[in-house]
Design a binder for this molecule. Structure first.
Ligand code: ADP
Ligand code: GLC
Length: 489
């Protein structure tokens, strides 16, 4: 029988997405299934999810636990053919807004319950067979949202399923008031520095880091960076102590969804041998944002959450110098209100040269990747990052912060890297205003040398960013932790 893996996440394309976690949850299980594993996805039943389900069947009932209400478990299927379990619990999930926040952008006050239930349902599926006798052999829990599953498994009766926990972003830790510990029916033994307690709070992230058999994160560099301050964000001690269990596995991208040869969301399809057709996308993007129709001017874009992590403030600070180069700037993003307002003000002041869309728009993200010449991603930290990979596939040369997955997926344009055919972008180092200015100056010089630029584009476009290599590494880890006797305690 193939190994049965339950992949629990708070988001998954195409049903619900706020960031890269959704892309990973949509694509990694497909790659793992292709390698022969029986992977199934578990999601909370937000309205966006339940509304999209066709032919869902109720396959189980999950009992009350502490203040966690009873819930149903629905079985459906994603468009990709991946089996999907959905937690049906209207009191926790059936409401307008996003997965983590209400429509006004405030965290849901009962997020502890909403996501403890995700962990609880995952742990439950490791013990109770459902759906013609399916039970998870391994739990793959993603981010703090699903992490409590590792604690519930650890304190359940044997046999305990092995758990792999993936940290997508250590900046979000799922911290809640101590009172939640008892309300979520966590055993007293777990309330300790060697458990889920973090400076007097309940840390869902710590449940994953402490109780999982193996931990992964989105890139080898980030796996190293989080073992010390500042990127360990207070958890560096625990991460360093668990370094033997901690693995950096670079994410892939969905190369079917992000393929300039076939992408239906862009103005003209192209590949590395027909780069001239990329110009039609640039025209379309300029027209979409009422920028001057100019084929020669470098068009620089950013598609991102507008937050400090992503260096959106650095881009706003730099915008006026950038357009003076001259260049055009397009920003597609949403996030912190103050940053949204800043970039909107820039667009208002510099119509024709700066275009801004505040919001989340998947189709526009594709057109932007296709139409821009350069992609800006001066992240201060980046567990993996997906846009820099999309950019390279689309012949849009990325300018990235020298950190985390950005270092692992973009080769800085040095003379040596150009000579050996690997250069594919520009590293911002240090990640500050000076570093950004210097990296942009180097990119601009390369852009003005058509031959050099073509080589950068082609190097990026011909790289393999597919999931198969990472999927093989995950498969190896699942097998490894399944063989190991889970530790006692
Ligand atoms: P993170 O998950 O930290 O936000 P990633 O680079 O891993 O960063 O993934 C971000 C994903 O979200 C990408 O698929 C990107 O295209 C998408 N994205 C971010 N902001 C927007 C937006 N405003 N509109 C459309 N897609 C967006
Ligand atoms: C997080 C990280 C991002 C990563 C994504 C998927 O959102 O911020 O760097 O690509 O998760 O792992």
């Amino acid at each position: 029988m193939p190994q049965r893996i339950l992949f629990a996440a708070a988001e998954c394309v195409p049903l619900v997405k706020t960031g890269g976690l959704a892309d990973v949850a949509g694509a990694l299980p497909v790659a793992l299934r292709a390698s022969g594993l029986d992977v199934r996805v578990l999601l909370p039943g937000y309205p966006q999810v339940t509304a999209a389900l066709r032919g869902a069947r109720r396959v189980a009932h999950i009992d009350v636990l502490g203040e966690l209400p009873p819930a149903g478990l629905l079985r459906a299927e994603l468009d990709t053919g991946v089996p999907l379990y959905v937690i049906d619990c209207p009191p926790l999930y059936e409401r307008p807004g996003g997965p983590y926040q209400d429509p006004a952008g405030r965290d849901w006050p009962d997020n502890a319950l909403r996501f403890a239930l995700l962990g609880r349902a995952a742990a439950w599926l490791a013990v109770h067979p459902v759906d013609a006798d399916w039970r998870a052999d391994v739990l793959h829990l993603n981010d703090w949202h699903a992490a409590l599953g590792a604690a519930y498994v650890r304190f359940s009766e044997r046999p305990r399923a092995p758990v792999l926990f993936t940290v997508h972003n250590l900046a979000f830790q799922g911290l809640f008031d101590a009172g939640w510990h008892a309300r979520l029916a966590l055993p007293t033994a777990s309330w300790s520095i060697d458990g889920v307690e973090f400076h007097g709070k309940l840390s869902l992230m710590k449940a994953g880091l402490h109780y999982a058999d193996a931990i992964t994160t989105g890139s080898p560099t980030y796996a190293r960076e989080i073992q010390s301050a500042p990127l360990g964000m207070g958890l560096e001690g625990l991460l360093a102590a668990r370094r033997d269990a901690l693995h950096g596995i670079l994410n892939g991208i969905d190369t079917a969804l992000w393929d300039p040869r076939r992408d239906p969301l862009i103005a003209a399809n192209y590949d590395a041998d027909s780069l001239a057709a990329k110009a039609a996308n640039k025209r379309a993007l300029q027209s979409r944002f009422a920028l001057a129709a100019d084929a020669a001017i470098p068009l620089v874009a950013m598609v991102s959450r507008l937050t400090d992590q992503k260096g959106a403030d650095l881009v706003a600070d730099f915008a006026e110098a950038l357009i003076a180069a001259p260049a055009q700037l397009v920003v597609v993003g949403n996030g912190e209100r103050a940053l949204e307002r800043r970039v909107e003000a820039l667009a208002a002041r510099h119509g024709g040269r700066i275009g801004v869309y505040i919001g989340f728009d998947e189709a526009l993200a594709h057109l932007t990747e296709a139409g821009a010449d350069m992609f800006l991603m001066p992240s201060r930290f980046e567990p993996c990052g997906l846009n820099q990979m999309y950019s390279q596939r689309y012949g849009t040369v990325p300018i990235v912060g020298a950190t985390g997955g950005l270092v692992d997926s973009v080769v800085d344009c040095t003379e040596a890297a150009l000579a050996d055919g690997t250069a594919s972008g520009f590293h911002v180092r240090p990640i500050d205003a000076d570093g950004l200015r210097a990296a942009f100056a180097r990119a601009l010089a390369a852009y003005r040398d058509a031959d050099r630029w073509r080589r950068l584009q082609r190097n990026g476009m011909t790289k393999d960013f597919g999931w198969s290599r990472s999927a093989a590494e995950y498969a190896r880890l699942y097998a490894q932790i399944a063989r190991r006797e889970p530790p006692a305690g």
